[in-house]
Design a protein around this ligand. Sequence first.
Ligand code: MRU
Length: 351
Amino acid sequence: MDSSSTDKVQAIRWSSDRLLLLDQRLLPERKEYVAIDTWRDAMHAIRDMVVRGAPAIGITAAYAVVLAAREHIIADPRQWRESIDTDLQALSAARPTAVNLRWAVDRMRSKIASTPDSGALDCLLDEAKSIHDQDIAANLRMGALGAGLIEKHATVLTHCNAGALATGGYGTALGVIRAGFGAGKIKHIYAGETRPWLQGARLTAWELLQEDIPVTLIPDSAAAYVMLNRGLDWVIVGADRVAANGDVANKIGTYSLAVLAREHGVRFMVVAPTSTIDRRLDDGADIEIELRDEEELLTCGGRRVAPDGAGAFNAVFDVTPAELIDYLVTERGVVERPSAPGIRALYDSRP
Ligand code: MRU
């Protein structure tokens, strides 16, 4: 599958032996691709938010492994499998919360171990492409499953950007919103602006408008007001990591939305492929939460907004306890009221 069949917007492309990343820091003003020729540049692009969103980071890392292998095979065609490992570890650590990054690097590492030397690069590229294609297929499936849970004329709030830009294509939470809107089930979409990177204002609003889907932006702090006064039916979000008991790490502010949703009788849906489930963690307490530079909060649009001397706490994810989640939608099926047995059952059935 090719994401061009599902999206006007492609965050990640592989073309003429190089990786092309849509620079998401520039959207919506400018639509520019950055050409990436080395794994190190790919790692920096992940760290610096050129590409972001858990599945998109994983796919980028998979292609970055191909770039690393190319470098190491040229440098030492006999020992490249050993010498590449330090680079793969650095790549895995580029951002700590989204487990798709480590998942994709591990999958590429297994391919490195099982691939014969002749044609190794082609095999690795095929694996990266299949990670990319499988992500799009998972999103289309989750879109249909999630939209199936929504009744007619629903009003929905989403947070951050969990769309085509954050994935291989089509999106997770935005995939459900696209499918639900297309089926006439969703009548209104609110997007939280998502300080400090404004993924909601800059990316979600832009992406929905590319698909001619109307969207209303709200400040993150307006969610309670909207729930109380504007008849919200659903909060639909993506995830960066889901623990084995269904606790969900996602963009900072997701936990507040879940608490508010429970208080106001609004249903809460998390949409995430199984590549985002970290079955090694019993619960969300052990999920590493990324802390980013204070400057991201102390400034806005490149201008300093806080007085000199003010500190800032810039945790960019939080963990929503499973008991606040009504549905976890994966490509393997829907888990209602997620719990350890419910998540285990996803793996008992065929993929
Ligand atoms: O810091 P970001 O922009 O990488 O955070 C992204 C999110 O929190 C998304 O909601 C999550 O990765 C799901 S993307 C399908």
